[in-house]
Design a binder for this molecule. Structure first.
Ligand SMILES: NC(=O)c1ccc[n+]([C@@H]2O[C@H](COP(=O)([O-])OP(=O)(O)OC[C@H]3O[C@@H](n4cnc5c(N)ncnc54)[C@H](OP(=O)(O)O)[C@@H]3O)[C@@H](O)[C@H]2O)c1
Length: 323
């Protein structure tokens, strides 16, 4: 058990989500404290009044803020205003209420989407302000950036113990496979599994296939998050990733094989690629958290495909990739 989390009342916003479920499982394994998961149906955390009510009910000593409105390029383009507002306002109210109630530790989760569109690879934490994010996810990315500033300025002015972690794209069993909102890995798995079981000869994917991404297995991200919650106490942001960059076309080939799809893969270059390249420098995570990811991409993808196959099959009609 991690001694700094022992017996603590920990509020995990978004604790019922993809990353949240894994974080809560790790917390339960490492802490005998109480875990409070505010559901959106009961507490709309974009509303200050609901955040106050949630604090009255939970009385947390530690807050891990994972709640967010997130998704792939399609939904980011469709709802830029909502994504910016919801993610900003949730963080804003939660950080302020945590300060007012003298919460011992606040963990804000950022996103690789906050990095500039054109950034030297691998992205270092110092580079986050060296340009505007890629347009399709900028409203979401800028909201995440702003919350990093709030964390830092609250530490400077109030001694608020907020920390800020920047995960790269996550994936794994339990990911969001929704046709409209999913990220690239679940979107491709849906397409290829569906094509394989229906004998399709061709599958068309979004974009050119030339963009690159880096992917972190969800349980590895959760492990880093829980470790940072337990031991990290300054507001320097920390990247969480694997340092392995892969082209979307190569990822698609890998997934097609795992899904036993043998037909042709074509690319619709009229659809956006999103950010041209993504890969994080994780030196800081290794140094400050003594953390390394354990699950390599092939193994993680295999587990994700197996999980998806074990789920009830749903009809699909779409093509949607990229974060
Ligand atoms: N997935 C990725 O690739 C990725 C990469 C980098 C960073 N992140 C960050 O990691 C965190 C978790 O992402 P995820 O993929 O696990 O997301 P997710 O599966 O969509 O879960 C998000 C959770 O947020 C909660 N939520 C949304 N709006 C809310 C509201 N208005 N009030 C209260 N709760 C609300 C939802 O709670 P209910 O279930 O109760 O509705 C949901 O469980 C986010 O901060 C995201 O920005 C994710």
């Amino acid at each position: 058990m991690s001694s700094s989390l022992a017996g603590k009342r920990i509020c995990v916003t978004g604790g019922a989500g993809f990353l949240g479920r894994s974080v809560c499982a790790k917390l339960r394994a490492e802490s005998d404290g109480e875990i409070f998961i505010p559901r959106s149906s009961e507490y709309d955390l974009t509303q200050a009044g609901d955040v106050e009510r949630m604090f009255d009910a939970a009385c947390p000593e530690v807050v891990i803020h994972l709640a967010a409105e997130v998704g792939g390029i399609g939904i980011n383009r469709k709802r830029p205003g909502r994504f910016c507002y919801a993610n900003l306002s949730m963080g804003l109210h939660l950080i302020e209420e945590s300060r007012r109630r003298s919460v011992e530790k606040f963990v804000q989760v950022g996103s690789v989407c906050a990095y500039p569109k054109f950034c030297d690879v691998p992205f270092r934490e110092e580079d986050i302000w060296n340009g505007y994010p890629e347009e399709t996810n900028a409203p979401y990315g800028v909201a995440k950036r702003a919350l990093g500033v709030l964390i830092e300025s609250y530490r400077a002015e109030y001694g608020f113990n907020g920390i800020y972690l920047i995960p790269v794209n996550l994936y794994g069993p339990g990911d969001n496979f929704d046709a409209e909102t999913s990220h690239v890995i679940p979107a491709l798995i849906r397409q290829f599994c569906h094509a394989a079981s229906n004998g399709y000869k061709s599958v068309q994917c979004w974009g050119s296939g030339n963009a690159s991404r880096e992917f972190l297995y969800v349980d590895d991200a959760a492990e880093a998050l829980v470790r940072a919650t337990a031991i990290h106490n300054d507001s320097r942001p920390i990247n969480l990733g694997t340092c392995r960059e892969i082209k979307i076309a190569d990822l698609a080939a890998l997934l097609a094989e795992l899904c036993e799809y043998t037909g042709e893969i074509t690319w619709d270059a009229t659809m956006p690629d999103g950010q041209p390249r993504r890969c994080l420098d994780t030196t800081r995570a290794a140094t400050l958290l003594d953390w390394q990811p354990r699950v390599d991409l092939e193994e993680g993808l295999q587990r994700t495909v197996s999980w998806w196959r074990s789920q009830r099959k749903q009809p699909i009609k779409e093509v949607c990739t990229a974060p």
